[in-house]
Design a protein around this ligand. Structure first.
Ligand SMILES: Cc1cc2nc3c(=O)[nH]c(=O)nc-3n(C[C@H](O)[C@H](O)[C@H](O)COP(=O)(O)O)c2cc1C
Length: 382
């Protein structure tokens, strides 16, 4: 439905990956190598999907991933995502480059509001953003570490620019999508609201804010900068975009509370490994000491079961909620979360592990022989 409702240059911004999209495909293929070993004749009348993340229970082990430029998919798209997250009882991670301000999202009732940071060159501006997130009572700060150089998304190179500077062809495409035109174009897409204070008064536009954000992201982001942000932020701090165990170790060493294992949904380094492949090692080494979250390629409840079984504490939803948003606004996002939640609960019941706490690697079998040996070892321990 999302693909039908959006002009193609908008859908490509949502869907596309970097370069040859090898990582984008790998993010899906990895789940097929993991097979379930269900146990049957287990009472599965009551299924418990509750998961405590950062000391607060969530109805599902899920949260909404930070995604920029959501005003392109639906009018006030960020607010719709946040409201749906609140209704579902899961956290919402707001992107730095959202079309709503931190304060707009903080006004959504009952929301667990986390704020994602792209780290820009200007330290005073970063201090301001952190102060605003603190004042808005954000529960966690999520620093994105895998995007200090922009990925080579060839769809985006054409389309992202065209969303703010439409060509004749795009204008025709818009006319062919009257529902989107009415909802998004005629009501107007706001600039990236969190950046307005760094833009000169005559340049408070969407195009100027998008250009500024691309130009000013700091390509020299490093551990020193993260430690500095750690010193500014007293609440939960999460690093997003880690894949190497050595980086997770370093994160723990500087007092980071959690990580999101992620390849940015295949939108940054093409050829990057799937976070699902590194999850077992990272979870077994660091899982007791920090919160391990994961994203990239999750499309089914069974995918979520596999990640939790391999040691993840929770899963970030990316494109699935954007499909919902484009197809049906806030109700569409709720539908997307509900569908995944129902699939997750059904899979737990069918697997014979009706409580999320019963998930562990022994319910999975990997196609290759080494992994089979691991499974057998785990099996013997049970
Ligand atoms: C349209 C779009 C915009 C995104 N914008 C951001 C962003 O502003 N900050 C960020 O850290 N990640 C961003 N991401 C990456 C997501 O947070 C997440 O890592 C990714 O979408 C997960 O993969 P999935 O879409 O396959 O579930 C974006 C992803 C998409 C699809």
């Amino acid at each position: 439905m999302a693909q039908c409702r959006l002009p193609s240059f908008v859908f490509e911004y949502l869907e596309g990956g970097a370069e040859d999209e090898v990582t984008l495909r790998r993010n899906r293929a990895v789940f097929e190598d993991l097979a379930f070993v269900p146990t049957t004749l287990v009472k599965a009348g009551a299924v418990d999907t509750t998961r405590t993340i950062f000391d607060q229970p969530a109805k599902l082990p899920l949260m909404i991933a930070p995604m920029g430029f959501c005003g392109l998919f639906s009018h006030r798209g960020d607010v719709s995502l946040a409201r749906a997250a609140s209704a579902a009882g899961i956290p919402f991670i707001q992107s730095t480059v959202s079309n709503a301000s931190i304060e707009d999202i903080a006004a959504v009732p009952g929301l667990r509001h986390w704020m994602q940071l792209y780290v820009f060159r200007s330290r005073p501006f970063m201090e301001r953003l952190v102060a605003r997130a603190l004042a808005a009572n954000c529960e966690a700060l999520v620093i994105t570490t895998d995007a200090s150089v922009f990925g080579n998304r060839e769809w985006d190179r054409r389309n992202y620019r065209r969303a703010t500077e439409p060509t004749f062809r795009n204008k025709v495409d818009v006319l062919l999508h009257p529902r989107w035109m009415r909802d998004v174009v005629l009501r107007g897409i706001p600039a990236f609201q969190n950046l307005l204070e760094v833009l000169p008064p005559d340049q408070q536009t969407l195009a100027a804010s998008a250009t500024w954000s691309r130009r000013e992201v700091d390509p020299d982001l490093d551990w020193e900068r993260v430690s500095w942000l750690r010193s500014l932020w007293p609440r939960k701090l999460v690093l997003k975009g880690l894949l190497a165990p050595v980086d997770v170790k370093q994160a723990l060493g500087i007092g980071v509370d959690g990580v999101v294992l992620s390849n940015h949904g295949g939108r940054q380094l093409d050829g990057a490994i799937s976070p699902m492949t590194v999850l077992p090692e990272i979870a077994s080494r660091f899982g007791g000491d920090m919160t391990i979250l994961i994203d990239s390629g999750f499309r089914r409840g069974t995918d979520i079961v596999k990640a939790i079984a391999l040691g993840a504490d929770g899963v970030l939803l990316g494109r699935p909620v954007l499909y919902g948003l484009a197809a049906g606004g806030e109700a569409g996002v709720r539908k997307a979360i509900d569908t995944l939640g129902e699939e997750f609960a059904r899979a737990l019941a069918l697997l014979g592990r009706p409580s999320i706490a019963q998930l562990d690697p022994t319910c999975l079998y990997r196609a290759d022989a080494n992994r089979m040996a691991q499974y057998e070892k785990a099996e013997r321990l049970v």
